[in-house]
Design a protein around this ligand. Structure first.
Ligand SMILES: NC(=O)c1ccc[n+]([C@@H]2O[C@H](COP(=O)([O-])OP(=O)(O)OC[C@H]3O[C@@H](n4cnc5c(N)ncnc54)[C@H](OP(=O)(O)O)[C@@H]3O)[C@@H](O)[C@H]2O)c1
Length: 263
């Protein structure tokens, strides 16, 4: 049984908020983060909010120090980008990595020593289907999430023997506030294909599963005695995870382009 505290990054909205609400409703102490906790108009009862800008190392260190030891860390906060590789500057890619990847690693490292010494702790990272399925126009986002999958699988092998459990939960489309930063300069050679991709993506988002679906899955993983490395959540997503293991990469990429009505 989870005693807490559970630290949920990005708990002001979307999946993080649904997760924080579900945990608090069970009486589990929750620490939730936001870049600006004072701007949360309807804070959840039972949730202690802390400031965290994951792209800023000083903010990450301050957040970890203010939180103190936690039983569970859910690395949920994330941002997304959409744009052709040619059109997205390296600086924009670096910015996304600072937030989705390096900041997350810094935060994880802040909690690991105490978890290892206690012989107990759980870390759940939130991935994305964009990682394993690599659709076009999300190269930076997919790279941060594929990198996170590798990081999760490696870390879990290192710390498992100290009683620390590490898993990745991979959501499909979940109806939240996530809005990818769109990079589409005038005259882009990719404009038509990118517009078609955005249209298909927005349609899928309209029919996406509610954040409570993802939150319930994350709690299930949290409660497992011996969790596996990767779990999928969302409409048809476990089946897609199965296909990913089955199909050759070339077939998979064709399927993904079909999924977004490209070609
Ligand atoms: N929704 C989907 O379809 C979907 C699919 C696959 C994966 N995911 C992943 O699920 C996770 C949650 O996303 P969501 O869909 O719930 O998005 P969301 O509704 O936009 O919520 C994102 C959360 O991240 C926080 N955040 C944003 N930038 C931050 C920064 N620089 N530092 C710290 N926190 C920051 C936000 O808090 P503040 O704005 O208050 O700081 C917010 O609470 C992300 O990792 C995302 O990649 C989502």
């Amino acid at each position: 049984m989870i005693q807490g505290p559970v630290l949920v990054t990005g708990a002001s909205k979307g999946i993080g908020r649904a997760l924080a609400a579900a945990l608090a409703a069970r009486g589990i102490p929750v620490i939730g983060t936001s870049r600006d906790p004072n701007s949360i108009s309807d804070p959840l009862p039972g949730v202690r909010y802390l400031a965290l800008d994951q792209g800023d190392p000083a903010s990450v260190e301050a957040c970890a120090a203010a939180a103190g030891p936690v039983e569970v860390l859910v690395n949920n906060a994330g941002q997304s980008q959409v744009g052709a590789v040619e059109d997205v500057s390296v600086e924009m890619v670096e910015e996304l990595f600072r937030m989705n990847f390096f900041g997350l690693i810094r935060l994880t490292k802040a909690f690991l020593p105490a978890m290892r010494k206690n012989g107990h702790g759980t870390i759940i990272n939130i991935g994305s289907l964009t990682g394993p399925f690599t659709p076009p126009y999300q190269s930076a986002y997919a790279a941060t999430k594929l990198g996170l999958e590798a990081f999760t699988k490696v870390l879990r092998q290192e710390v498992g023997r100290f009683g620390v459990k590490v898993s990745l939960v991979v959501p499909g489309y979940i109806k939240t506030y996530i809005e990818p930063r769109s990079i589409a300069p005038a005259g882009s050679a990719y404009a038509d294909d990118l517009t078609a991709f955005r249209k298909a993506r927005d349609k899928k988002m309209d029919k996406a599963s509610p954040p409570e679906t993802a939150a319930a899955k994350i709690i299930k993983v949290m409660e497992k005695q011996n969790p596996g490395p990767v779990y999928y959540t969302g409409h048809l997503v476990p089946a897609m995870g199965f296909l990913k293991r089955l199909l050759p990469e070339k077939r998979l990429q064709k399927m993904v382009r079909g999924f977004y009505k490209l070609d």
